[in-house]
Structure formats: C-alpha cells, structure tokens
Design a protein around this ligand. Structure first.
Ligand SMILES: Cc1cc2nc3c(=O)[nH]c(=O)nc-3n(C[C@H](O)[C@H](O)[C@H](O)COP(=O)(O)O)c2cc1C
Length: 300
C-alpha cells in the first residue's frame, strides 16, 4: 500500500475515500469491514428532533442507479450523539456529521450540540427545504447558502463542509457563496431530482412522487461539476456521484477533488469501500503524485 493520507481542512484522513451520507450504517458496515478503514465516515443527515422520513416506497431502481426519497429519517441529534457518533468515535473513526434542518435556526441548534462533541467535521446538507422560503431548498439560492454558512461558521470551531445540490442553475456560483461565507470545503454532488412512473398503474413509483437519482448514471454530471467548482474556489472540494471503482474515484481526483465520498456503490456491494480504496491505491501507484493535477492538498 502506498501512503494515501490527505489533510482535509486540518483533519487527517488515512486515505481520500469517505462513506457518503445516508449510505453508511455503522453497525451494519462493521459486519463487513473495520469502520476505521475509510478515510472518513459521513453519517446520515441529523436534525434537531427525530424526523420520521417519507412514506414507502422510498427507493426504486433505475438504469445505472437508483432513486431515493427516504426523507432524512433520523433519530435526532441527541440520540445520534449518544448512539452512532459514540460507537464510531470509540473505534477511532474520523466522523463527518451531515447536518439537516428546515430552518437556519434548526441547523444552528444542531451545530451547537455537535460542537460540544468529538465529531471531526460538519457537512451541511443544504438540499433540505427551507420552510421560511416556502419549501424551496436552501441550496438553490446563493443568499440562503451564504447566510446559513456564515451563521454556522460563527458557531463552531469544527471544519464546515457545505454539500452542494446539483439541482441549480450554476453550482459554481453557490460554491463561491459558501466559500465567501467561510466554508472550509465544499462537497458535491447531492442527488439529482428524478422520477419513475409505473406504467400499469399510471402512478409514480415513489410515494413521494420524485426522488434523488444517484449511482453511475450521475457520474459524468458529477465529474463535470467537480471540475468546474474546483477551478472556481480555493477551498478543498470533496467529489462524489456514481463512484463504483477506484478508477472512478481517480477521475474525481484528477478533476480537482481533494477527496471523494462513496454512496450508492455501498448499497449494492457492502464491501465497496474497502475494494475502492484498494483499487485507488493501484491507480495512484500508477501515477506519480506530481501528475495528480488540481489536488489542493496533495498526497502524504
Ligand atoms: C439512500 C440514500 C440516502 C441519502 N441520504 C443523504 C443524507 O442524509 N444527506 C446527504 O447530504 N446526502 C444523502 N444522500 C446523497 C449521497 O450522500 C450522495 O451525495 C449521492 O447519493 C451521490 O453519490 P453516489 O452516487 O455515490 O450515491 C443519500 C443518498 C442515498 C442513495
């Protein structure tokens, strides 16, 4: 194995591959591999109070990917801190807490609680609907992203990653708003809005009607967005969207990402993360560090 350590906003990852939010269940993954093996683990979006999530069906298969409308079901931040976070930190895992909210106040309340813990990094999921803006996602409005990031920045010493939505006119503009407001890094992409219809019933397959598309089908979109955002901002970019192999991860690093997250692949194959880390090791060994253009942190 070659040295693949990276420094993301002052946090040392043992390799540049993290689990993506909503696709890693600590106790389940632990049955397959040591949860301390990935560079970091991003946990499921956590809100102030428990959220019940959406009615079922919540997931559907598509060519080259899947749709999900889980609706950020989670037990609330207090249960998260005493449960999943404690479990992962006891095992020495570098943990990124993915934060959800329906108002800026709610995000801030969650961040205040997480700041008192030993969580390593915070990732703001700005794809949540903003109740004060009639349910429009925070992430589609540069002012809303800037204001939320600025408020969170003042509240915490933890590195703040803003996770960008691809369902916007210009993702670079939103990334720049996050950077200007003090984000330490951006991560992208969250899922693309998608829909399937059952032709027998004529009804949507998902109870929520639309859902988020993820998996290999979105990868070229994600690589292009990472490439453009990495050219625009000076902070580290964490890339994701359809990574199934080490070669896919390498594409994101060459597009300018400092690290990657893996989601849907782990739902298909519980051993995807350790496999991708091994495959990336082979890809990196085949290139010299100097050839990895755009990496803002470099290797080692
Ligand atoms: C079942 C499922 C649940 C997800 N939950 C979250 C979440 O809680 N917070 C978040 O920011 N993104 C969530 N995502 C988005 C992923 O973290 C990731 O951004 C997206 O799926 C693209 O990566 P992938 O193609 O590797 O899955 C979820 C994705 C899936 C498939």
């Amino acid at each position: 194995m070659i040295d693949m350590r990276v420094d993301i906003c002052g946090v040392k990852w043992k390799n540049p591959v993290a689990a993506a939010a909503g696709t890693f269940v600590a106790a389940e993954s632990g049955k397959y591999y040591d949860p301390n093996l990935p560079g970091a683990v991003t946990t499921k979006g956590v809100s102030l109070a428990p959220w019940p999530g959406n009615p079922t069906p919540r997931v559907a298969e598509t060519y080259g990917g899947m749709l999900n409308a889980v609706g950020l079901e989670n037990p609330g931040v207090d249960a998260y801190i005493s449960g999943e976070l404690k479990y992962l930190k006891e095992r020495g895992v570098t943990v990124i807490a993915n934060v959800a909210g329906h108002s800026a106040d709610e995000y801030c309340a969650v961040v205040r609680k997480l700041s008192e813990t030993d969580v390593d990094m915070l990732e703001l999921n700005v794809s949540c609907p903003n109740v004060a803006a009639g349910g429009m996602a925070f992430g589609v409005d540069r002012n809303a992203v800037g204001e939320l990031t600025g408020r969170v920045r003042k509240l915490t010493d933890k590195p703040v990653i803003v996770k960008l939505s691809p369902n916007v006119t210009d993702i670079c503009d939103i990334a720049a708003a996050a950077e200007d407001a003090g984000a330490d890094a951006v991560s992208l992409i969250n899922t693309l809005v998608g829909m399937r219809i059952d032709i027998r019933s004529g009804k949507p397959v998902l109870a929520n009607v639309t859902g988020g598309l993820s998996g290999p089908a979105v990868k070229p979109v994600a690589v292009a967005m990472v490439y453009r955002v990495a050219k625009r901002v000076r902070i580290p970019v964490i890339g994701m969207g359809g990574i199934m192999t080490g070669a896919d991860a390498m594409e994101f690093l060459l597009a300018g990402a400092s690290a990657v997250e893996v989601g849907t692949a782990a739902l298909l194959d519980p051993n995807a993360l350790p496999r991708i880390i091994e495959e990336l090791d082979v890809c990196v060994a085949g290139r010299s560090a100097a050839q990895i253009h755009g990496s803002k942190t470099g290797w080692g």
